[in-house]
Write a protein that binds this ligand. Sequence first.
Ligand code: FE2
Length: 489
Amino acid sequence: MNAPARSDEFAPFGDEFGPQLTGPFAPLADESVLTDLPLVKGQIPADLNGVYMRTGPNPRFTPKGRYHPFDGDGMVHAAEFRQGRLTVRNRWVRTEAWQREDAAGAAAHWGIRETIVGRDDKPLRDAANTDLVGHAGRALALWYMSGDAYEFDPVTLETLGKHAAIASTGGKISAHAKVDEITGELMYFDYGNVAPYMHYGVLDAEGRLKHHVPIDLPGPRLPHDMAVTEHYSVLHDLPLFHDHEAMKLGRHKIDFHPELPTRMGVIPRYGRGDEIRWFDFTPCFIYHVVNSWEEGDTIVMVGCRYMPAQKADGSIDAQRTARNVAELVMTARLWRWTMNLRTGEASEQCLDAERNVEFPTYNGALTGRRTRFGYLVDHHLTSTLQWTGVRKYDLDTGASLSAWSDDADHSWYSEPWFAAADNPQSEDHGYVIAFQFNDQTQRETLDIFDARDLSRGPVAQVAMPRHIPTGFHGCWIGAQRIAGWDVYS
Ligand SMILES: [Fe+2]
């Protein structure tokens, strides 16, 4: 593979594309396999076995036109833990776009900041750069705007191709598919600009298509996440979506509609589209759900409510809200929504009014089941996608139980993920793992916390030889969920 030569690690394409391709965001030029990495402190826990991985945009070639982080080729960084040994790898997802550009030796796609909708001469890149999920022994790389699901080997990171069952529907998949680790099923949705505007699907534990139905929405929407419980899935219809007039002119512009409610649709796991029940809530955007579960007739969903910007008189500033979302400015509060399937009642409650927290994780073995603990990141006051620390919450009370930051001004943590210890004795028996870059010292580390008490600081910290670009989502795939784990050495 021929990587383009780059001279400046922190500005490989120069400064012309702005801050999102320089400094902590600067993309890497190559792929690597790293072993024997030096410990800064502690020891790699021997009861931590599996792979922590995180994806993000890492454009390989100088972008065409203006750049947005959603455009960059997806690159996965993975830390494989095996009996106290650590191997760190990074590898691009070989999407169709990546292969086309590999053959051309230059960028051949355009980004969402350009006027491209409907223009065949300016193809948009499905970068598979947004989210990762482990399923049926493998891993999937997903794109926020609904794209193909690219399967890859969670240990070697080798791309295996498009997921056949999802492709067989003729549809796509959004970021934030959910895996029920008890049944092994994967629930997902897609969305788009053509009626019925959404589909909902279920894969079985082997990755075969089990269920796929259209979901009628009032128009094209921009949902980002979904939730599942033991028997239901919760789909989102949010009052933030593409400006239809701008879309006709070829531009991606989003509007916030404070006159419309936020709607959650509860559908039985194998339900028909007309079985969905919608519940109305106060208008907001939602990036990320923590988890969801059933309490009797009530569906509980805990997540991060994107707080609409306000005018001086306290009313919603729709324009600024839409601009903030477009520019990835995160202003969110931990929130609980409830939906009673018997009475039709809906309620919502802020769990922590003080802190701006996002990118949640929890014990994935309990997806769709009641969880007490969530692990979120603190957001830097002004800097986009700068997670300055990790924080553990009690999801019942909204209490912040413990937190850690090495340097609240200069740390950039990747999305952490909870990794259960071998033979866990409690919901929080395990580790919280994240990469961390310090923009002052320019040091990169891999940090491993005891999930029972983050305030102790990392129980192990490993020095990385170079920075890992700021990115999007991570996941943890325990050894028992990785096909062929025992045959890798
Ligand atoms: Fe996301």
